[in-house]
Ligand binder design. Sequence first.
Ligand SMILES: NC(=O)C1=CN([C@@H]2O[C@H](COP(=O)(O)OP(=O)(O)OC[C@H]3O[C@@H](n4cnc5c(N)ncnc54)[C@H](OP(=O)(O)O)[C@@H]3O)[C@@H](O)[C@H]2O)C=CC1
Ligand SMILES: O=C1O[C@H](COP(=O)(O)O)[C@@H](O)[C@H](O)[C@H]1O
Length: 497
Amino acid sequence: MESMTFVLFGATGDLAKRKIYPALYNLYADGKLPESFSVIGLGRREIEDETFRGNVEQSIRQFSRRSPADREDLNAFLSSFRYHPLNVSNPEDYRKLLEVVQARETELRLPDNRLFYLSVAPEFFEIIARQIQESGLGATRGWKRLIIEKPFGHDLATARSLNENLSRAFEEDEIYRIDHYLGKTMVQNLETLVLANPVIQAVWNKEHISNVQITASETVGVEERAAYYDQSGAIRDMFQNHLLQVLMMTAMRRPSQITAKNIREEKRKIIEALRPVAKESAGLSVVRGQYAAGEMGGKSVPGYLDEPGIGAESKNDTFVAARLWIDHPDWEGVPFYLRTGKRMAAKSTRIVVEFKNPTEDLYSAKNEKTSPNLLIIEINPNEKISFLFNGKNSRSDGLIEPVEMNFRADQSELPEAYERLISDALDGDSTFFAHWNEVELAWQWVQPVLEAFEEGLLPLHSYAAGSNGPAASDKLLKEQGHEWRLDPDVPELIGQA
Ligand SMILES: NC(=O)C1=CN([C@@H]2O[C@H](COP(=O)(O)OP(=O)(O)OC[C@H]3O[C@@H](n4cnc5c(N)ncnc54)[C@H](OP(=O)(O)O)[C@@H]3O)[C@@H](O)[C@H]2O)C=CC1
Ligand SMILES: O=C1O[C@H](COP(=O)(O)O)[C@@H](O)[C@H](O)[C@H]1O
């Protein structure tokens, strides 16, 4: 682990408070930060170093998975933090920042390895990258790296333009695009599950898999993020990035080696092979919805249009589902169903892999029913892998029923996604960051869908808050003889999983 300076743009913001400081603290507590390091927090407001350190401490006490046990140890951690007021569009502020960074490098005898973390609004990404270059902050003899938050562009054209501008200041291998789903335990575990288990590897293809379902349902509504969310919708907020990343991780084929380069290459092949949709026919494979008033946990909740900050006429999507096909020899004829929505019945991020069931005929002759084998990877809030198979029940009738085998990760010990990702960026490991190829190809698939939404070519279905989304999304599966698995209204399965 190399000593470095962590330059944090947006140090007074929500993400820094809720995720970044707790992640840094836990990495420190786990011995995963270098012995010597410097953190320089940046924001417009004028605050003293002491106040800044107090704010960092408060965020750790409130949001860290582990509370600081020892005052001395916490003070040692906080002593690395300094604050510098900076307005992103003022070049003079960057020159002063360079002096602050260099002074700390000299004082702590740090090499000029610098990690710049952009935890600010996306409209600032380009100007910051340019100023880092022009001020000399980026001219290091050591390494320089850029961690950039989502969203990466608003559509294909803006993502391309952002990337072009960033690449004037940073090489592709210096850019770490955060997709926090790639830092989740079970998303990272997918690679091991499929590649390290020959039995699973052998059946991970069109011969054995009937369909794959990826769900990210949330119970929360738009919360305080109306200004951002009403311009983005579920398609940009969750689908273009998190869901398509999970699809790539699920469908990627075996790489020749487990390296960042090879894994990203395999992911690229999958996203490249996604069958494009035309905007005129997007409605055949994509369903969009918006939540109406409903009931959640016994309480009435307002519909999207009545949420604070949302325009009364908003046509924004809070739900999107799609049926995708991967034109790859190993996945021919296997639909991948993706859906995400706010104000749904349950918080659940999961992948359900449904296997083909050639045993039906064999048992139907005996008037018995077998169910398809299901491999269920629960990502959030549980972190669990289950396999549902057929077994005889232990009652006197001895009928065949789905039986569950499972593995549950010990959640008390699990690092958070941000810990994993920041640690990887410090180590220079980009495996679980989104490469530009993946981001661009994901936007390429989504672009006609965005246009279809904007031009009103698809109906905007209403769904009651607290439901499983619009019924139209069930049709996407029914047309292929499938159904969503493990929705909360399928008690016999959710009860076991
Ligand atoms: N919050 C979250 O849960 C998530 C956030 N993100 C992304 O993370 C990024 C940050 O989000 P979040 O922390 O919520 O945003 P906030 O609005 O809470 O914070 C914004 C930060 O930017 C600083 N800032 C604003 N304008 C300027 C300026 N002109 N010059 C210098 N600094 C400025 C603010 O400091 P000051 O006011 O002192 O100037 C503040 O520190 C965004 O890209 C967002 O999309 C991604 C996923 C989740
Ligand atoms: O990136 C985002 O993710 C969250 C959901 O994340 P999870 O880790 O709780 O599954 C979502 O609420 C938010 O709208 C989106 O910006």
